[in-house]
Design a protein around this ligand. Structure first.
Ligand code: GTR
Length: 346
């Protein structure tokens, strides 16, 4: 190879790397950069501009919750701490976002608890099939001592859970008919990228295709998968219902949503700011849950109006029996958490 050419190539590579790096630092105005006190706002203490990633569109209940959280933090710090919301998966799929949160490159995220389990295994308990009887049971657990401890335990994975948000129950949908548990056999379902979900699908005699949420629509459209599973608001807002029109309401999981902060951003905050951030997260929960209830009802109506076939499941027993091994396999290590789940049953 011509030496001069390869030298030019090396120079070009360096220049390119330089411009990429320069690009990074300028876009990094959004990373935790204390820029001193702001006389304009009359506030004391460091100022920050943080980013918060969410996979859903701006009007979705989780993003409504994120926005409430950001507004409360802004208000309670007199504008010293600004949190900019990046909805619609703009900062990446949940797994990639969580890796960035661990590194401190993204400061806040709202993700489902399922992908979090790959970073902190005990969170997988929240995805175990049928361990929560209904949303009331789930929330009694989440708001209890163990639910709070699980948020704090995320610190071991360089993140800190701030609050839970509602996500209802997940059920299967497919391009093919789905009127009984038998119909799942042999079908290919997309799942969130976690071990529990893969085992769950296999226990039902179907095959699991783990992939990011943003890829599911085209995978359904091209027939790479037959179906997927989710709650009604996600099934509706992602447009999956336009391609996969058959739903069976088996309500296999009630995996909640989690609002979290990267440990490195958390450690930079003063004690007072930590309190404000944590309290604002908790105070945003009622706004998220109200929006959730509205969306659950409205999306069900819109799905019916769109001609989706919905099969109700009157007897959950065969479903619960089929996935018992999944609960045993993934739950046995966390008996203490399972006991707390039982206690919250009342
Ligand atoms: C939704 C959840 C998202 C994402 C998605 C998925 O219910 O709100 O955060 O986890 O499911 O299936 O990937």
């Amino acid at each position: 190879m011509n030496k001069k050419k390869s030298l030019m190539g090396a120079v070009a590579t360096l220049l390119l790397a330089g411009s990429v790096l320069a690009g990074c630092s300028s876009s990094n105005t959004a990373s935790p950069t204390p820029d001193g006190g702001s006389e304009n706002s009359g506030a004391s203490g460091p100022q920050y501009t943080f980013r918060l990633a969410d996979t859903h569109p701006p009007d979705y209940p989780t993003v409504i919750g994120d926005q409430k959280f950001a507004d409360l933090v802004n208000e309670r710090t007199n504008g010293r701490i600004k949190i900019e919301i990046f909805p619609s998966g703009q900062l990446g799929e949940e797994k990639a976002v969580l890796e960035q949160v661990q590194l401190g490159a993204i400061e806040f995220a709202r993700t489902n608890a399922a992908p979090l389990a790959e970073f902190n295994e005990e969170l997988s308990i929240l995805s175990l099939p049928y361990i929560f009887d209904n949303d009331e049971h789930l929330w009694r657990f989440l708001e209890g001592e163990m639910g709070n401890k699980m948020l704090d335990d995320l610190e071991q994975s360089r993140m800190k859970g701030l609050a839970y948000y509602s996500s209802g129950a997940r059920s299967f949908y497919s391009r093919k008919p789905l009127t009984s548990i038998e119909d799942l056999k042999g079908q290919k379902f997309r799942v969130q990228q976690t071990k529990v979900n893969i085992d769950l699908i296999e226990a039902l005699g179907a095959s699991a295709t783990p992939m990011g949420y943003g890829e599911v629509f085209s995978a359904l459209q091209t027939g790479v998968i037959d179906g997927a599973e989710n709650n009604f608001p996600s099934y509706y807002s992602s447009n999956h219902y336009q391609v996969a029109k058959n739903v069976i309401l088996d309500t296999h999981q009630r995996t909640p949503e989690v609002l979290l902060i990267s440990k490195s951003a958390w450690d930079k905050l003063s004690e007072e700011d930590k309190k404000i951030v944590k309290q604002a997260a908790l105070d945003s929960v009622s706004t998220q849950r109200e929006s959730w209830e509205k969306w659950e009802k409205e999306s069900a109506e819109k799905l019916k109006a769109a001609g989706v076939t919905i099969t109700e499941v009157t007897d959950l027993k065969p479903w619960q029996d089929a996935v018992k091994s999944v609960v045993e396999k993934h739950g046995s290590k966390y008996q203490e958490i399972l006991d707390a789940v039982d206690k919250a049953r009342q």
